[in-house]
Design a protein around this ligand. Structure first.
Ligand code: UZR
Ligand code: MG
Length: 243
């Protein structure tokens, strides 16, 4: 704990010159169809690791008035609905030890609202969202790629339940959006991204064994990962590994 940041910065390079490379966090991506249990899986991992999580939904573009008038024709499941450039720049900053402000997207108004959320650099960063394994530039940031694989009927049933309660939509809208956009985009973009995953979790959050294995693996990796002692909050995480 008393060792300084400087001690954890590697100074070796092939040509013998001293070159300072900042240590980088362990980045985990969690993808999966809508209502597959991504959020629950992440919460379970976070609970055990006390790390930071970033949700792709925060990077939705705010809709303008014209788009809001025809909101039922807007495809929220298409890669173009997200500000991937902003996501990449935030992740890049976190990788280099800088804190970032993440937009606060509101699914009810389809707009970013104040205040933004501050995310501090940390040893483990989880990036969660339907399309996080779809863009190669986003995938390249990750040290571990997870796909939460839950039966489509189960997901649709949960989606109806969630959107009609939490998101205050009516069932016709939910089903209409599902057939028009959610399912076709799942088939076109999300499902094909599964092949990039290192780990596929069948049955999502019901799969305690898979989640325990993942947490165990992250702990082992962090022990070896030369980066885990740089930030003050890291020690908290690190100390739990020693127990
Ligand atoms: P998860 N979504 C909305 O319903 N409204 C918005 O303003 C923004 C997103 C939905 C989006 C996607 N699609 O299927 C889902 N639609 O949020 C992703 N239609 O969230 O991964 O938690 O299911
Ligand atoms: Mg979610």
């Amino acid at each position: 704990l008393t060792t300084s940041v400087k001690d954890h910065i590697s100074t070796h390079s092939n040509d013998g010159s001293k070159e300072i490379t900042p240590k980088q966090p362990f980045i985990i991506g969690v993808a999966g169809g809508t209502a597959s249990g991504k959020t629950t899986v992440c919460n379970m991992i976070v609970l055990q690791l006390r790390d930071q999580r970033i949700v792709l939904d925060s990077f939705y573009y705010s809709l303008n008035d014209k788009q809001l008038e025809k909101v039922h024709e807007y495809n929220f499941d298409h890669p173009d609905a997200f500000n991937t450039e902003l996501l990449l720049s935030c992740m890049e900053k976190l990788k280099h030890g800088q804190a970032v402000n993440i937009p606060n997207y509101d699914v009810k108004s389809h707009k970013c609202v104040e205040p933004e959320r501050k995310v501090n650099p940390s040893d483990v960063i989880i990036l969660e969202g339907i399309l996080v394994l779809q863009d190669p530039r986003v995938r390249d940031l990750m040290n571990m790629k997870i796909f939460v694989d839950t039966d489509s009927d189960v997901r649709l049933a949960r989606r109806i339940q969630r959107d009609t309660t939490d998101r205050e939509r009516n069932i016709e809208n939910v089903l209409d959006q599902y057939t028009k956009f959610v399912k076709p985009s799942f088939d076109e973009f999300i499902l094909p991204s599964k092949k990039h995953a290192d780990i596929i979790i069948p049955r999502g959050a019901d799969n305690d064994v898979a989640i325990d294995l993942i947490v165990q693996h992250i702990r082992t990796k962090l022990g070896q990962h030369d980066l885990c002692k740089i930030y003050p909050n890291v020690f908290l995480i690190y100390s739990t590994f020693q127990i």
